[in-house]
Design a protein around this ligand. Sequence first.
Ligand SMILES: Nc1nc2c(ncn2[C@@H]2O[C@H](COP(=O)(O)OP(=O)(O)OP(=O)(O)O)[C@@H](O)[C@H]2O)c(=O)[nH]1
Ligand SMILES: [Mg+2]
Ligand SMILES: [Zn+2]
Length: 259
Amino acid sequence: MRGKKGGVACGDHATIKTTAPGQGVIETIEPRKTLLYRSDAFKKKIIAANVSQIIIVVAAVPSYSEELVNRCLVAAESQHIRAIIVLNKTDLVEPTQNAANALSLYESIGYPLVKISALRNISALKPFLKGNLSVLAGQSGMGKSTLLNALIPDAQRATADISTALDSGCHTTTHSHLYHLDDQSAIIDSPGIQAFGLHHVDNEDLAQCFIEFRPFIGNCRFHNCRHVNEPGCALIHAAESGKISTRRLVFYQKLLQKN
Ligand SMILES: Nc1nc2c(ncn2[C@@H]2O[C@H](COP(=O)(O)OP(=O)(O)OP(=O)(O)O)[C@@H](O)[C@H]2O)c(=O)[nH]1
Ligand SMILES: [Mg+2]
Ligand SMILES: [Zn+2]
């Protein structure tokens, strides 16, 4: 980039002016189709530009955070980015079982849940990659870079043992990198994320980002219902009658307060 720093993200399309053989400067960045980012009150952190799909990578070891999964889903929905959940490390059979049970909720509301072992077999994921620009996102240590290496052995992404003492990853990947899979498909490996700020998602738009809430929105007694404790709330009623999950409604309400 000439002059202004930053501004360009992995996945951007740019026009470049060559200044010397093998060298150039970015002149312009084309308008973005999507922008996946997180934010707090002070700054925004871009994860990737122009992606059509986010692949949320989770594993039973180290334990994944359901809150982070929910936050990734909200960020994706707010940008109309397709989301799928990959449960990695299925070779760790016993711990994986609990995770699979907990994640079946997301499958039931419409998100594909793809179970793989990046170390042994990733074939279940391959059909989802066709025709997409995907980004691998998730906590440190879930196996994003291991998965990328399984897809593209030449990539030789650094991976690292998880620090089991802390039950967390150790932030091995520090920079995003895009890899082409074929003419129409590419995938981005990104650094592990610990916290996913959603300051940029307005409270009024939040309920729409919970896809299974959509059929009920608009049916509340009050048109400006926040779906917290209002009488005649269609979402609270839907949760009480088992049509939507209380877990997700509670998470929505929690997010509403924080934002
Ligand atoms: N048992 C098992 N271990 C795996 C699997 N996939 C990855 N791992 C291990 O998990 C650890 C972390 O993997 P990474 O690929 O570095 O994780 P990452 O998500 O890229 O982590 P960051 O770059 O820090 O965000 C490594 O020790 C991997 O060998 C798997 O399918 N099964
Ligand atoms: Mg990595
Ligand atoms: Zn309501």
